[in-house]
Design a protein. Structure first.
Length: 282
């Protein structure tokens, strides 16, 4: 039996079967992965605490005027925030769907924008896999400098695509999250007079503009749809520093496996198909 290929597409979006040949590799049938899907209660609690800790540290440093340190903490908050929403996209947080939906609303407020719009495009990305119509993966074919310049347009494109192709419920959710962000930004810039909150908004806007490069280009550049779809990391220390977010070929092969279990999945894949992990992120 072939590996499952992730969550179902929204009912309003019809996408042709664009699976590359690597996903039919018979070697992958021997990879045990279903035992890695369940999330332990301690992991359910730890996952949202991870970005919360980095967020608190960044705000404290900004409050004391140490903005260089604050930026470092904000970077790791955004990275771990992406880890949380990424698991939420695939209902891999170990929570109910309702609770997962609430997480996406909260992260939309903290990180700005609509995480439900990002989810819509991410599930399309898993279906189309760098093919035509894969909006999320568009920067993968660009040179690095162009992916960086593309950054400010990337979040806009994600939101426009989701609003254009999503169903009515999704559109209302996206508009609600965007309205929430707009009100929040207006309050901070208008009458809250908090330099810490203004710093946080600025840091999140920068983070959103960098996702095309850091979250897409770094893991997909110079890859192809026939065999080497994505990149990965072999070094245990590098994976700890990046919170396993760059174990990306592993994620594409078995998207239901939560990020916290990707290191074990990576070892299992390496035993049967080491060539699939030949392209590294850094």
């Amino acid at each position: 039996m072939a590996p499952e290929m992730g969550a179902a597409m929204p009912p309003t979006q019809t996408v042709p079967d664009a699976r590359p040949a690597v996903f039919h590799d018979p070697r992958l049938r021997s990879v045990e992965w279903r035992d890695l899907v369940p999330v332990h209660p301690s992991e359910v609690l730890a996952e949202p605490l991870l970005p919360a800790a980095w967020l608190a540290a960044s705000l404290v440093m900004a409050g004391y005027g140490h903005y260089v340190l604050a930026l470092g903490f904000s970077f790791f908050f955004f990275l771990t925030g992406l880890r949380v929403v990424h698991n939420a996209f695939h209902t891999a947080l170990g929570m109910s769907r309702r609770s997962t939906d609430i997480v996406l609303w909260i992260m939309s407020f903290v990180m700005l924008g609509s995480m439900h719009a990002v989810q819509f495009n991410h599930l399309r990305h898993h279906k189309l896999k760098l093919g035509e119509g894969d909006v999320e993966g568009r920067s993968a074919e660009m040179p690095a400098w162009q992916a960086l310049l593309f950054g400010p347009f990337f979040p806009v494109l994600l939101h426009v695509t989701a609003l254009r192709h999503g169903n009515r419920k999704l559109r209302m959710t996206i508009l609600g999250e965007l309205l929430m962000s707009a009100v929040w930004i207006a309050m901070v810039l208008g009458f809250l007079h908090s330099s810490v909150l203004r710093y946080h908004l600025a840091a999140m806007l920068v983070g959103q503009c960098m996702t095309a490069f850091f979250a897409v280009w770094t893991v997909h550049h110079h890859c192809d749809r026939t065999h080497y779809l994505a990149r990965t990391l072999h070094n245990r220390i590098k994976n700890r520093i990046t919170f396993n977010m760059f174990l990306h070929i592993e994620h594409h092969l078995f998207p239901r496996v939560p990020t916290c279990h990707l290191p074990e999945l990576s070892r299992r894949i390496d035993r049967v198909a080491p060539d699939l992990r030949s392209k590294i992120v850094f």
